[in-house]
Design a protein around this ligand. Structure first.
Ligand code: OOG
Ligand code: MG
Length: 262
């Protein structure tokens, strides 16, 4: 059953206001138990339109829950996607103000930047590699708008998959020179190793996660645009951060990326 447009609009507004006011809200399915995944993507689209009306540019897309570590951590078992806005981007090494965040966590990811647009269905990992301009290591900062960072699949999709901030490494690498499956990634917090993993944690290959995104978008008649930034999904579990923390991610052969918190 599909919820009425008026309710979908109200849900998008609630999530937008929660982010702006730095306030947790009850997860949507507590209020609307019939809310399903299709409704949730409709709410996410409305949230995207609200941000665009405020002047935010859409700069890319993100995949989420593409690794077992993340699915287990969040108790959810299907990959999901969201959008990245110009307001989500942070410069490499820049400080992020924790006062405008609810309960931030960071994850290590591999980001793709597309040279050509991609369209599904039937998009494969090799199609993705052929259309990729470069890859970089990335840190995604997620900040669920829901109480205690707890949600179910429809609720987290509506909340733009907890998207909040992201930072890309500054050294672009041609993926043709890499083996993304065996590429090792280390996440350090305050100089200590916090999480380790390899590209294969993300659906066997981060490029496969991007292909899945393209195929999911095609179900809504949407392409993945040329020049888009794509976060392919966390390789490791997410870790909580607070003011004073420094986070660094290193990827074998692709350099480092950092975010610090004040
Ligand atoms: C949902 C977003 C997950 C990822 O990389 O797996 C995600 C969440 O865990 O809050 O961005
Ligand atoms: Mg992520």
């Amino acid at each position: 059953m599909s919820l009425e447009n008026e309710i979908l609009d109200r849900c998008a507004r609630l999530l937008r206001d929660a982010e702006r006011d730095v306030r947790e809200v009850v997860k949507l399915t507590d209020t609307y138990p019939v809310l399903d995944v299709a409704d949730a993507y409709r709410i996410q689209q409305r949230l995207c339109a609200l941000k665009q009306a405020e002047g935010v540019r859409i700069v890319g897309m993100k995949m989420g829950l593409t690794s077992h570590a993340k699915m287990q951590q969040m108790g959810v078992d299907t990959p999901i996607y969201g959008f990245l806005g110009s307001d989500n981007a942070v410069d490499d090494g820049a400080a992020v103000d924790t006062r405008v965040l609810i309960h931030p966590k960071v994850e290590a990811e591999i980001a793709f930047v597309t040279r050509d647009a991609l369209r599904g269905p039937g998009c494969t990992a090799s199609d993705v590699l052929a259309a990729t301009d470069y890859v970089v290591p990335a840190i995604e900062l997620i900040d669920s708008r829901y109480e205690n960072f707890r949600f179910d699949l429809p609720s987290v999709i509506a909340d733009n998959t907890s998207a909040s901030r992201y930072v890309l490494g500054s050294r672009p690498t041609d993926p043709a020179t890499l083996d993304l499956q065996t590429l090792g990634v280390v996440m350090e917090k305050n100089g200590q190793v916090a999480e380790v993993g390899a590209g294969a944690a993300v659906l066997g290959d981060p490029a496969a996660a991007v292909a899945m995104l393209v195929n999911m978008l095609s179900e809504h008649g949407q392409p993945l645009e040329a020049g888009a930034v794509v976060l392919s999904g966390a390789i490791t579990a997410a870790i909580a951060v607070q003011a004073g923390d420094n986070v660094l991610v290193r990827g074998d052969g692709i350099g480092t990326v950092a975010m610090r918190f004040i």
